[in-house]
Design a protein around this ligand. Structure first.
Ligand SMILES: N[C@@H](CCC(=O)N[C@@H](CS)C(=O)NCC(=O)O)C(=O)O
Length: 276
């Protein structure tokens, strides 16, 4: 039996989702993050040499790294479903977006998160980091304005790869989706997929996945009060406080014009960090 090791509120939610989309039988082993550091607990770290999420165990095989796991599951357990082969329409788009997810978008977001924490960083560097993430969101918005799914007319594993950076990743790196109508419409389509809803409910029960403007918050179950004053938490809260968010429940309505802006430039976060 395939075992999916899922670290709470992390990109391993994609593997649970993929199994549900492909109808692959699996067992879910769920791990909470360390309440103070937010890193993987020792038991998760011990699963693979690199120690990050996701990880699957398939009989004798233990496999880490999201892209490798997605390709493996599609090929070995999915009969190639949700992939596009060479020569088929959308092949290059499929490849581009499958790899853009973890090759460009997630790194741009992580750089942005780290830049909001580091004090005294070079302003030009910070601007270039912020610009990268802006361009990534603009690139995604343009694509989803042209096609319903990343590879074109049909839902594929490229969507499974990309969605984390538009949803759960925004818990770590807030981004107001008000300027991105095509992304918002896309996320409504994702949220309407039974496999997605089922997977998210299993992977992170109680976590309100931000599929729209949404108020960003961690499920209280996984965040003990005591951890709320750690340096990383403070830095993240500073970053959060510079973003504009609509109250929960205003998912499909356009926000008032005054709130129509992206998250504050990263230099603002850095300034507030250094003056704190
Ligand atoms: N490129 C890796 C990145 C894995 C990664 O950074 N995973 C995060 C979860 S989003 C993690 O394990 N964080 C906890 C830790 O580093 O302890 C992949 O896609 O598998």
């Amino acid at each position: 039996m395939l075992v999916v090791h899922h670290l709470g509120i992390s990109q391993s939610d994609r593997i649970v989702w993929l199994c549900e989309e492909l109808g692959i039988p699996y067992e879910l082993e769920r791990y909470d993050r360390d309440p103070v550091t937010r890193l993987a607990p020792p038991a998760y770290r011990a699963l693979t040499p690199y120690g990050t999420a996701p990880v699957i165990v398939d009989n004798e095989l233990t496999l880490g790294e999201t892209g490798a796991i997605v390709e493996y599951l599609v090929a070995v357990h999915g009969g190639g479903r949700l992939s596009i082969k060479p020569g088929e329409p959308g092949y290059a788009d499929y490849l581009h977006w499958f790899h853009f997810a973890n090759g460009s978008m997630v790194p741009a977001a992580i750089n942005t998160m780290l830049a909001s924490i580091v004090e005294g960083a070079d302003a030009g560097l910070l601007a270039s980091i912020a610009d990268r993430l802006d361009r990534a969101f603009d690139h995604v918005e343009a694509r989803l304005g042209d096609a319903p799914w990343f590879a074109g007319d049909s839902f594929t594993a490229a969507d499974v790869m990309m969605v984390f950076s538009l949803t759960t990743m925004r818990i770590f790196v807030p981004r107001d989706l008000a300027p991105y109508p095509a992304i918002r419409a896309y996320l409504q389509r994702i949220g309407a997929r039974p496999a997605y809803r089922h997977a998210m409910a299993k992977a992170d029960p109680g976590f309100d996945v931000p599929l729209s403007y949404g108020r960003l918050r961690w499920p209280s179950r996984t965040i003990p009060r005591a951890s709320r004053r750690t340096p990383i938490r403070c830095a993240l809260q500073r970053a959060f406080s510079t973003a504009t968010w609509m109250p929960s429940g205003t998912s499909t309505m356009a926000p008032p014009a005054a709130t129509l802006r992206k998250a504050a430039p990263i230099s603002t976060c850095a300034c507030s960090a250094s003056s704190a």
